[in-house]
Ligand binder design. Sequence first.
Ligand code: COA
Length: 333
Amino acid sequence: MIATAKQNLEVSITGLGVKVPDRVVTNDELSQYVDTSDEWIIERTGIRERRIAAPEEALSDLALPAARDALAQAGLEGKDIDLIIVATVTPDMAFPSTAALVADAIGATEAAAYDLSAGCTGFMYALAQGYGMLAGGLSQRTLVIGGDVLSKILDWTDRSTVVLFGDGAGAVILEAAPEKGFLGFELGADGAGGVHLWLPGSGSRRFDEPEKYVKMNGREVFKFATRVLVQSAEDLLAKCQVSIDDVDLYVPHQANVRIIDHATRKLGVPSERVVINVDRYGNTSSGSIPLALADAAADGRLRAGALVLMTGMGAGLTWGSALMRWTLAGVPQ
Ligand SMILES: CC(C)(COP(=O)(O)OP(=O)(O)OC[C@H]1O[C@@H](n2cnc3c(N)ncnc32)[C@H](O)[C@@H]1OP(=O)(O)O)[C@@H](O)C(=O)NCCC(=O)NCCS
């Protein structure tokens, strides 16, 4: 799916909030659990540390503070929100949805609320849906949350996955804007490649050998990721008739610094325009892009007027990009 935004329906982000768990897990700590090393992890992934949720912490415990900060920045209260979309593969439970739990906690009594599953691309899918609901007139104020606590579905004896991921969540408020916000979206999925990053046995399909934890073919996912990060961004820029030289800030999914470097090189984005925080958070799945947006706001690169290109990819296999003119001034709380 690819489309440019309609000229007369301008939708933008008016609030941003993020939350990560307090506990920092370094590469050295991980090397106590599995046969790995700080040196290997940094060289192959660029990750130095990640945040890991406490045993009693669930997704909504991260999503809620992120949502409250986003509401505060937008100058809104929970009751003002009429749609909540939570992108995640690690909801508090299969049902009720985490979005419904968040709606209750923030007092969004009039809101429709549902979870959305698109792997690490979830935040991109949820942004596009939020945009569509606003542009179509079904929603006036949408809360979009992307977040995961992948640590809960990792095999802590599997070095091929445990070094890569971390926990975190981010939230944005979408509203009609007086000036241009979103310019376009590109989204895609390839279910045939789904077996390269999956959790067989976690749903209604019976497997003879069900898995309790994420299974990943790292090399295949690496090849997929390097291809789609570039393709999705190029297709969207072409559709929107925007040159990569005009992009002020490139916010790729934070999976592996080698994947980001490859995409950056191929796209021709100068390094000072690329947001990288995978070193501090690892891959937080649907939390990755909002966490990166918050970091760029804090370091002054995400300013009102900046043209921002975001691209995610992940389980499904899925991918997605959004191009927008940032209209929000200031730093999230
Ligand atoms: C997983 C990933 C970091 C592995 O890096 P790589 O350079 O491809 O490494 P390889 O898989 O070729 O493994 C190289 C060696 O390191 C070993 N190794 C794998 N994980 C290791 C770890 N955590 N610590 C130390 N050694 C490790 C392998 O066993 C292999 O050893 P061998 O050569 O003796 O067989 C990389 O493939 C990757 O990032 N893939 C994408 C994953 C991803 O982003 N998933 C989420 C998408 S949203």
